[in-house]
Design a protein around this ligand. Sequence first.
Ligand code: NZQ
Ligand code: ZN
Length: 384
Amino acid sequence: MQNFTFHNPTRILFGKGRIADIAREIPAGARVLITYGGGSVVSTGTLDEVTAALQGFTLFEFAGIEPNPTYETLMQAVDLARREKIDFLLAVGGGSVIDGTKFIAAAIPFVGDPWDILARRARVKSAIAFGSVLTLPATGSEMNSGAVVTRRAGNDKLAFLNPLLFPRFSVLDPSKTFTLPPRQVANGVVDAFVHIAEQYLTYPVDARVQDRFAEGLLLTLIEEGPRALHEPADYDVRANLMWTATLALNGLIGAGVPQDWATHMLGHELTALHGLDHAQTLAVVLPAMLQVRRAEKRQKLLQYAERVWGLRAGDDDMRIDQAIAHTRSFFESLQVPTRLSAYGIGVEAIPALLAQLERHGMVALGEHQNVDLAQSRQVYELAV
Ligand code: NZQ
Ligand code: ZN
């Protein structure tokens, strides 16, 4: 196992009705800016529940954070927050709203152009405190310190990470996910699945617990993901999915093990240029990525084949083939297509995607930093 430091300061309030408990998580007298997306939290009543729980605080609202949140929109919230001297942010929504709120939290006290935090890795020295009320299990943003922001003007979708950007608390009320459209439920399952794969399907370092945790989370997604689509009113299914997605990317399974993330980086360019949902990009890229890099990932792929998909018969190569095929069929069974062509994208799109990767410095990706542009080309080609 590799050396690691593990730290996760986010308090989780899990279960039905927990929004009622948020007032005690926010400093008394705080001027609170509630941030949300395109309005789902208004129509579902979640926003009303939040404001009712925060009586006595000075409340402001910022609406309109879009899926794949943009710098352009988020800077409007930064202006509002600076003007109104906001000292606490509360994100109510999915990963996009939480990510966007992390950017707002870092940008408010930032001196200079906050886009530099993403584009030039400028140091974040302070951030406004924030919490979240999660409505979509997928990204893990509710319990990690990362965020992904898009700058529409340049087609740049970039990630940043900072220990100051863990939410102080996150409410995980599974009943808030009943209103999700099937597409978002499926997206969440795929995103969490690929988060686990990026931290598990690398090379062995004898990290038994992390491997077993990862396998347990994958098996839970394989069992509960389809149930969430077929039995959408089942609370326990939603609860298990929600906790799985959070644990998939809160640092636990990634501690002390090599991590890949090449699938995510190739995926971000697909969203930036073609507008695919984040999870759709992952469903397309992961099977091709595993295929192209099957030699270097051989041992973990065999472990995955056996422990996650129960594949014990046949020779090693056959079991790896089958494990990749099962992964693809799992995504397809959730109605998330796994070929670029299914989204109307052909080989002619690949040079521009590679140019984006190059421009963003994504030329040495993966757990061995050996995924260069030539290998990324192979992956995109295989994904068509
Ligand atoms: O905007 P509203 O109206 O709220 O509707 C949203 C949105 O249209 C809707 N929705 C959310 N909760 C709902 C609901 N509709 C009905 N009922 C509910 N309970 O769902 C749509 C998608 O929401 P979004 O927040 O965009 O989805 P997701 O949570 O999948 O977030 C995706 C973003 O997270 C980033 C992705 O790149 C993408 O930008 N990621 C963040 C990560 C992190 N911070 O660690 C890691 C991930 O790999 C990912 O990259
Ligand atoms: Zn993701």
